[in-house]
Write a protein that binds this ligand. Sequence first.
Ligand code: AMP
Ligand code: MG
Length: 776
Amino acid sequence: QISLAILSVSKYVLLLNLPSLYADATSLNNLVAEISNAYAGNLPDEEPVQYIVFSDWQNELLESQEAEIGREYWQQKDITHIFDLKLPNEKLLSNKNRFEPQIFTHIIPNDLSIEIIRFAKKFNTTESTLLLTCWQILLWRLTNVSTMVVGTNCDGRPEEELQEMLGLLAKYVPVICHLEKTLKFNQVLQEINCTYNQVYEWQDCFNWELVLGTDTTVPFFPFCFDFIEQKFNSLVTNLVTFSLSLQYVCFDKFKVKLSFIRTDNSLCAEWHYDSELFLSEDIERLAEQFNTLLKSAINNPYSLISELEILSDVERQQLLIGFNDTRTDFDFSRNRCFSQIFTEQVLRTPDNIAVAYENQQFTYQELNNRANQLAHYLQKLGVKPDVMVGLCVERSPLMLIGLLGILKAGGAYVPIEPSYPLERKNYILKDSQMPVMLTQQHLIADLDINAIQVVCIDSDWPIINQQKNENPITKITELNLAYVIYTSGSTGKPKGTLIPHQGLVNYLSWATQAYAVEQGVGTLVHSPLSFDLTITSLLSPLLVGRTVELLSEKQGIETLSQALTKSSNLSLLKITPAHLELLKQQLSKEDIANKTRAFIIGGENLLAQSITFWQDVAPNTILVNEYGPTETVVGCCVYQVPVGKHSSGSIPIGKPIANTQLYILDQCLQPVPMGVAGELYISGLGLARGYLNQADLTALKFIPNPFSNKQGDRLYKTGDLARFLLSGDIEYIGRIDNQIKIRGFRIELGEIEAVINQHPAVEETVVIVSEESVDS
Ligand code: AMP
Ligand code: MG
């Protein structure tokens, strides 16, 4: 289709539109040159080769002996994985199912363009190879797929006589490159240079059947690369002046195609993208990352490709600082430890009910008096700051008195579940070297307690009861330990995580405010103390004068569903996704609405499908996904599910809580771009001191924070894979290692393997998780 638009008497625009089967970029250049030459009266002496002649040659060539090598070359390549390649922010934006590419154009600044030419010369390669190499490396960094394939435009005109021809000779041919973090930029450049030459040599022989076998779907390269030299600048004859205003060629589908247009005095990058899959801002960010990487490579050609910079200053600032702007002053100067804040609350609400259990209840004053008596007693046994005290008491007010008594004495509690296997209990006693343990008379049997002073909070109460009930005095600071929780360890032994008051107080100060605990009547406690998520429901009400209702350990989830049915206006319910699922099965719709102001869901990945039911039947209940390892105190980031909006897949884990920073880093501890998966690292007030008696493991998991200029700041390496969404919310992806969760309980499969391996008849063990549906 040809049209001529007359703009004025002396200005015309010629529009040439050809079906993509007829022409490639070289054809268009040739055609324009031919037309302009005709105006100048320079008709070619010889006709260019006709397509029919070319296609005969082509057939002959493909049947020849020589082409066999080329066919073999392609047959050996396996590129099927490219159809799964996805860029970080890629998603189907509509269901139009039409390929409507858009272009984002970026002019390469002149000085950089000169640098590119100089660099290519120095490294004995071409501009085009240099740019392709950067594109390959960027794709690798964004997808983590080490065999990267870019469909690269080959002009199909290796012979001189084909240069002038018209027709679609060009095609995309895969340039395959194996990338890994130990390679240097110059090495990859050389490899791609070499591959590019081979590919160019065998371009004629490439076709999809050779690499894929026969397949009905029409394959295409998701990521492409063009380097077009636009030789036609402008031509002046005595009649007319020609210039090319726009040239666009598209003969194959792609997700993103990076096209460079080189003219005599400029270099322009055109980012062609499938507008069904990307927004213009996604592509602008991609272009920005490409430019950063290109400059970084030119400045550091001998650097590892994993260390080349890809984040622009703006994106880096956003990821490291913008998303982590969480400084909040909770007035730590006055209340630095949990026991101090609790004691102040007792003064404010002495007669409120602090704890209820079956038919017992205690006011704040009563609870405080008992905890004080116990604290004085414990102090006489030597409990003071940083002294660990075991707490092996069944869920009842005695458990809470015990916990508060230990903290008020200045000590740190170490939860030991009465239901634990004997071996695990004894292991904790031995590993912690705790001098004192608080328990109940009927729970002592068989425990290794020779070296331990055992206090039975039930049978010894008459003696404890003789102590004063005023608040004890301790020299405790926020850096002293509040508790030590044992979690599964991959070496076969659980490890004690040392949590100072600072982290506990920061979490609780944040949680009482964020979850507006004061606005409800209190909480139900149905989970064990050894599971740190229990802290939210057990301790947050006690800082705002509300009631903690303890549920008996005996019946499990039924107790919870019954208690929930009887409640109304609870401040919150802390629960794992697995519990949520069980509750749903046990409760009728009428039993659910308005029982609790909020569900705080944590402990494992939360799927959208687990909450749609609650969104529908309890629309006034706030649903919060809370994420956090024991090592950083209960929760370090949260996401509040938007009201009424159903979604699919995983629910994000959201943004960091007060005084907490989250980083998503690659293996070189560099921040990964928005949307790219990396390991989640946590820093801030919540960090544990480390693991008890495990200096090596502590050093491995708690590392210096490279983004902080404050001496001593550390990062906790979570082992969780995550990515930033554009909103700044974080999405949980999975584990890097073999740690799993069963109903929120954390288990390192290595722990089980290590134990089984101790058997002399066992050489090697693999433990896997197998799922059964809940109702079977
Ligand atoms: P724990 O120390 O028992 O709290 O276990 C911490 C681990 O549980 C994390 O490292 C995650 O793997 C997982 N986890 C905890 N909360 C969540 C959540 N909301 N979403 C996804 N995973 C979670
Ligand atoms: Mg947790």
